[in-house]
Write a protein that binds this ligand. Structure first.
Ligand SMILES: Cc1cc2nc3c(=O)[nH]c(=O)nc-3n(C[C@H](O)[C@H](O)[C@H](O)COP(=O)(O)OP(=O)(O)OC[C@H]3O[C@@H](n4cnc5c(N)ncnc54)[C@H](O)[C@@H]3O)c2cc1C
Length: 486
């Protein structure tokens, strides 16, 4: 079993010999980190004519950016309702529009001739774990009318036609969302940035930054760099250059697997080609390479080898789609995302010439693209729209205690999501039984030539739901020392 996610040849993915920074250099902008955020900033700023150096401690796309599912949606990790509550309707609308621009940026780059073979495909479906038809309608109205986003509501029957499982109820279909091969995208972005003139140095960790003067001094193990602007886009690994910034991110590792080819049986259970995610964001999956299933689910707040999660991913697939049967997991991969306390990315200027772009959480494709555009335009054109992110200050994520709390919250929210799902399915079965009983009674009355007799109102008793059955998978615990919140 491979632990990486690539069916892509090195050449196709844009790999090339790594270049280290081994000489002193002066540039306009120094970008720390060659993930989605850093490379988008580098590409945008280089195309605007600035001289750029990207310093990457490992290699392009080493972490989350090169190990993700490639789904591109509008919005943020923070649910829209919470965003409105936090900053008000008008500002939420502006931020949402920016997040859509971020998604369009990715589409534009992915369809440029210079980024071949990344196979964009359209459509994403968010399915509800609970029977929440009313909430769905008001959400659809809001997205469509107030947030100018194309969406379609799917009734339970339609969802279950597309996905052969009783786990999901209603769905929200985003026809304009899309997905790309995430690994090819990040290497394509690097290739574009290089072509635009940005210099990318790998195996070059930034060990300290003196940001006090007009020209900032950036120190690496074998060379120094001077720049008017420094952009910190190192996610949770930034470390020494600004420890206080890393401390505002809760690291959450997420793991994903891809099955071996499954043939026709996969299409019998999943008749939908785009990305699918549940409303609690526990599972996220789609069909790749024609008949393989790519699935992300387990999370930890401590680093662990992705390979350990092959079994958990397989069980998760089976618990949602029992008729799929036994599957072989051919590849496992994962990465760590930085989650902020408020759930929104950190985008802006910390002090003159010192910028930050991090904290993209589980939704980094469109949001990092948006950050790249905002920061490049902020530096070079004086565009101040990055200030829309000012309400989301840098909040300490709680250190080790924060990670332990994050782990517990993860366990709790997955368990409560599972319990809500079980209850919804239990109620659904109860309703089906009621309908069956009524039909049998009507049939018996018809045969006996009698009408339906109702008990007097005083005898009508409300039906009380029994406690839901124990969840099959969600209750499973991985040993504590692995720190798994599944
Ligand atoms: C399994 C999984 C699936 C996902 N699926 C999706 C999806 O389908 N859609 C979506 O929108 N999002 C998805 N995400 C989230 C998305 O991948 C992240 O939000 C995004 O990649 C974060 O990008 P980044 O540039 O901030 O960070 P990173 O990818 O972590 O890049 C930061 C880079 O900075 C470098 N660095 C750090 N410190 C230093 C230093 N001091 N000196 C030099 N270099 C440094 C690191 O080596 C790293 O390469 C997924 C994440 C995971 C883990």
């Amino acid at each position: 079993m491979s632990e990486t996610f690539t069916s892509v040849s090195q050449e196709e993915a844009g790999f090339r010999e790594r270049v280290r920074l081994s000489f002193d250099l002066d540039v306009d902008i120094c970008v720390v980190g060659a993930g989605l955020a850093g490379l988008t900033i580098a590409l945008e700023a280089a195309r605007m004519g600035a001289s750029i150096a990207v310093l990457e401690g490992r290699h392009v796309g080493w972490n989350a950016s090169g190990n993700q599912l490639g789904t591109v949606m509008p919005g943020f990790s923070l649910p829209l309702a919470d965003l409105i509550e936090r900053i008000g309707f008008e500002d939420a609308r502006e931020l949402w529009a920016l997040s859509k621009e971020g998604a369009e940026f990715v589409r534009a780059k992915a369809t440029e001739e210079t980024m071949p073979g990344i196979a964009p495909s359209d459509g994403a479906l968010e399915v509800s774990n609970v029977d929440a038809g009313d909430r769905l309608i008001s959400r659809l109205q809001m997205l469509h009318e107030d947030f100018d986003t194309e969406v379609e509501g799917w009734q339970v029957d339609r969802v279950r036609e597309a996905l052969k499982t009783d786990r999901y109820f209603h769905g929200v279909y985003y026809p304009k969302a899309f997905q790309v091969d995430g690994r090819k995208y990040i290497h394509g972005l690097a290739a574009m940035a290089r072509r635009a003139g940005a210099r990318i140095f790998e195996d070059t960790p930034v060990v300290s930054i003196d940001h006090s003067g007009i020209r900032k001094r950036i120190i690496t193990p074998s060379a120094r760099l001077r720049a008017s602007h420094v952009v910190l886009s190192g996610n949770v690994h930034l470390g020494a250059p600004l420890r206080r910034l890393s401390a505002t991110l809760l690291p959450v590792w997420r793991y994903a697997g891809i099955t071996a080819p499954l043939g026709e049986r996969l299409h019998e259970v999943i008749a939908f080609n785009g990305s699918i995610m549940d409303s609690d964001r526990v599972d996220h999956f789609r069909i790749v390479d024609g008949d393989r299933l790519m699935w992300a689910s387990p999370e930890t707040t401590w680093a662990a080898r992705p390979q350990r999660f092959a079994g958990a991913i397989k069980r998760r697939m089976r618990s949602i789609f029992p008729t799929l049967g036994d599957v072989e997991i051919a590849e496992v991969f994962g990465g760590v995302s930085g989650q902020t306390v408020h759930g929104m990315p950190q985008i802006g200027q910390l002090r003159k010439g010192l910028w930050v772009a991090s904290g993209f959480g589980r939704q980094g494709m469109n949001t990092s693209a948006m950050a790249g555009q905002l920061i490049a335009r902020g530096i070079l054109w004086g565009d101040e729209r990055w200030r829309l992110f000012s309400p989301f200050e840098l909040v300490w994520a709680g250190g080790v205690t924060g990670r332990a709390a994050g782990h517990l919250i993860g366990v709790w929210s997955r368990a409560s999501s599972a319990a809500a799902g079980s209850l919804a399915r239990y109620r659904e079965r109860l309703r089906a039984k009621d309908r069956e009983r009524e039909a049998r009674l009507a049939e018996a009355n018809r045969a006996a030539g009698t009408g339906r007799r109702r008990p007097p109102p005083s005898q009508v008793r409300p039906v009380r739901p029994a406690p839901p059955p124990e969840p099959a998978y969600e209750g499973e615990r991985v040993p504590e020392e692995q720190g798994v919140s599944q």
